[in-house]
Design a protein around this ligand. Structure first.
Ligand code: UGA
Length: 431
């Protein structure tokens, strides 16, 4: 099939590369010349494991094309995916400006008897209907469209694997033809198929992300109880998680959820609830607990670091990405800088992005060891693999004081005790 993606962020670029790899002819439309030129040369613009290789392979095979021009791509495409951002407005409501702008652009150049317009951007209930209305208003009379909501569930850091192995492919549409075409397109992918209406598909995405945020905030809430009672949060959650109705996955306590999705989508769901007159207290609590998790961690550092020099490992909002949007690390850094701490940080791929925000307020190191010079202690914000099995004896020698604040519970407290560290983690006894 000929497919167009509008937008080359995580969703558009990764899904585009995967569909190109299946042999489809894929166009990806952007709006910044410089970025399109880099993409054409095989630079994916983001750090995502395996993506550069997949992009280069499909560029070489001429199955993927990057362009600023809507006309050529849109007029030929069987399916057009809208994959533009829906960032939060100051109120928390999703900003749909880009979605509606590209809908008008698409409409102008439609030519085929039937083009499926498939929205993958996370949008509030009712948005796909509005997309349909806008396109029908601006399209040529002879061109027909069918609108579908096909939400995306990939995670950053494992985006290619997730795209190839989704738990489910959700297709929401009133058009049998659109469903048929999209089922055909998704045929090579694993996962159950859920065929539903537009509103349900739109709500599935917010529900999934709010449920994930719930699991994390619940784990963090229980970690607060554990810290007050000397209980061990990992044991509690391990035991509770063995109940198959509950499950242990995605219940890791720490310094909270970040990224461009969970925080934004919880906020948007709160706004949607307010507009609909639905009680949003539960969702408000998720946000409150998330920010408390960060504040608790900062308090520990402020109270127990025997000096003002702190080494920091990990800045991205999760491992295997250079994305720092809404990274818990950023809020914590702001608080620590305000309190007069001097920080030397290292992240395997996110240093440059954080540098753009903090400039020379923070020192950046090229590796973990370089952060430790004169450091009074170490704080871990992101659970990158390379931190998990470091030589702890060497680490102890490098630190001025053998003290670790672990925001992701990556070490065994008993081992650290044996080695003579003072070790603060989340929801576990301090040793
Ligand atoms: C999330 C969802 O997991 C995807 O299914 C969805 O497609 C995506 O949002 C989206 O809407 O586009 P992502 O933001 O890439 O994916 O990352 P997650 O793996 O969900 O992690 C989000 C945050 O939660 C990270 O800061 C992570 O450190 C934190 N987290 C995750 C925890 O604190 N504890 C956990 O147990 C799991």
């Amino acid at each position: 099939m000929k497919i167009t993606f509008i937008g080359h962020g995580y969703v558009g670029l990764v899904t585009g590369c995967v569909f190109a790899d299946f042999g489809n002819d894929v166009y990806i439309i952007g709006h910044t010349k410089e970025k399109i030129e880099r993409l054409k040369k095989g630079d994916p613009l983001i750090y995502e494991p395996g993506l550069a290789e997949l992009l280069k392979k499909n560029l070489q095979a001429k199955r993927i094309h990057f362009t600023l021009d809507f006309e050529n791509a849109v007029s030929q495409s069987d399916v057009i995916f809208i994959t533009v951002g829906t960032p939060p407005k100051p109120t928390g409501e999703a900003d749909l400006t880009a979605v509606f702008d590209v809908s008008r652009q698409i409409a102008k150049f439609l030519k085929k008897n039937l083009t499926v317009i498939s929205c993958k951007s996370t949008v509030p209930v009712g948005t796909n209907k509005k997309i349909e209305t806008i396109i029908n208003k601006h399209k040529p009379k002879s061109a027909e469209i069918a609108v579908a909501s096909v939400p995306e569930f990939l995670r950053e850091g494992t985006a290619i694997h997730d795209t190839l192995n989704p738990d489910r492919v959700v297709i929401g549409s009133n058009s049998k033809k659109a469903i048929e075409i999209l089922l055909k397109l998704h045929e090579p992918l694993n996962g159950k198929r859920i065929i539903t209406d537009l509103a349900s598909a739109e709500l599935i995405k917010y529900t999934a992300n709010a449920m994930l945020a719930t699991k994390i905030s619940f784990a963090n809430l229980i970690s607060f109880y554990c810290e007050k009672t000397n209980a061990d949060v990992e044991s509690v959650l391990d035991a509770v998680g063995l109940d198959r109705r509950i499950g242990r996955i995605f219940m890791n306590p720490g310094i909270g959820y970040g990224g461009s999705c969970l925080p934004k989508d919880v906020k948007a769901l709160i706004q949607i609830g307010k507009n609909l007159g639905v009680n949003t207290n539960f969702l408000n609590s998720l946000e409150e607990i998330n920010s408390l998790a960060q504040k608790n961690f900062v308090q520990k550092i402020k109270k127990y670091l025997p000096g003002k020099k702190l080494a920091v490992w990990g800045l991205s909002f999760k491992p295997n990405t250079d994305d720092i949007r809404e990274s818990p690390a950023l809020n914590i850094l702001y608080d620590l800088l305000e309190a007069g701490f001097q920080i030397t940080a290292y992240d395997p791929v996110a240093n440059e992005n954080v540098k753009k925000i903090f400039n020379n307020q923070i020192k950046f190191a090229k590796n973990i060891w370089a952060t430790l010079k004169d450091a009074d202690g170490l704080a871990i914000f992101t659970e990158w693999n390379e931190f998990k099995q470091v030589d702890l004896t060497k680490l102890k020698k490098y630190l001025k004081h053998p003290i670790i604040f672990d925001g992701r519970n990556i070490y065994d407290p008993l081992l650290l005790k044996k080695l003579g560290f003072k070790y603060f983690s989340v929801g576990r006894k301090t040793i």
